[in-house]
Design a protein around this ligand. Sequence first.
Ligand SMILES: Cc1ncc(COP(=O)(O)O)c(C=O)c1O
Length: 366
Amino acid sequence: MRNKGLTEEELFSFLSSKRGEDTGHEHILSSMCTVPHPIAARAHGLFLETNLGDPGLFQGTASLEALLIGVLADLYHHPAACGYATSGGTESNIQALRLAKSRTQYRDANVVVPESAHFSFKKACDILCLDMRVIPLDDQFRLDIGKVDDAIDDHTCCLVGIAGTTEYGMVDPIPGLGAIAGERDIFFHVDAAFGGMVLPFLEETIPFDFAVKGVSSIAVDPHKMGMSTIPSGCLLLRDPGLICATSVDTPYLTVKQEFTLSGTRPGAPVVAALAVLEYLGREGMAAIVEGCMKNTRRLIAGMESYGIPRVVTPDVNVATFRTDITIPPPWQVSRTRQGHLRIVCMPHVHKSIIEAFLQDIGDYYA
Ligand SMILES: Cc1ncc(COP(=O)(O)O)c(C=O)c1O
């Protein structure tokens, strides 16, 4: 640390130069985050110093968190659902497994997840000392439901389904999994970190939420397709009675107990998430989601016109291709664990960006 601080000008010139080293969003085709909606940025700025970790001090902000959970509970067909804001899918998944574990008395409990599960489940199982059992996928890269029964036993505390997989954009057979979980009284967590802000706004109904019997909890990330500021996730629970299962005493706060994982929690991105949903409404969200799906279809058609085939037809806006071509800079794309080219058509990936990308691929390889 310097003895004498920099001037504001010196400091911001340094910070701006570093910001300039970041990849511009016009070339980021690999991320599930996006440029925040201007409404989110504005709302965020109003709540910079708010701390949801001590809700009694920030009652207005806390009431907005409750409103956000209420909006999501309605959207997910269970207005009585409860929940809270997290830092994102990782934290929501950890907390869901923590809740699931609290329902079992077994020390060697296990969790059954699809092979497509996000790596946050590995972290959650490590932290919670849970055995992670992995179910293979079918030829459409969805969990193979025929393999679930064999993996489950009396020590299974949680079954996980993914609604919008990170790598292939597929939705697992949630109703089938819900039925299995219901029959066996197993906690069933749906990781809709990505799809939770896409699926409710599609024309086609793909069941994934509390309307499906047996779904116990849902993770959704407004900082992904909800265009909120980072970090913004939410965990929702069907049974409000369960939320206290992770409570600890908090003697020196304005509340006596806390059930969240994080202590200090930023109010700003939570309010930003609510602001986007209130501002856009269902129609606005549906228009944005439709734009992303249209761009995904256009990208797939364009790549296939060059002889580069899709891996699957995705349920949400993630396109994957069977090719090992090197994508020229400055484009930032990613590869799945199986080596497929993966592109996420987020709201910042406008039609013109898809066309420019296709043009470059055409110039290089066609
Ligand atoms: C399906 C899914 N779950 C969980 C996560 C983890 O979310 P985060 O990085 O916000 O913790 C991701 C991230 O891409 C995801 O796609």
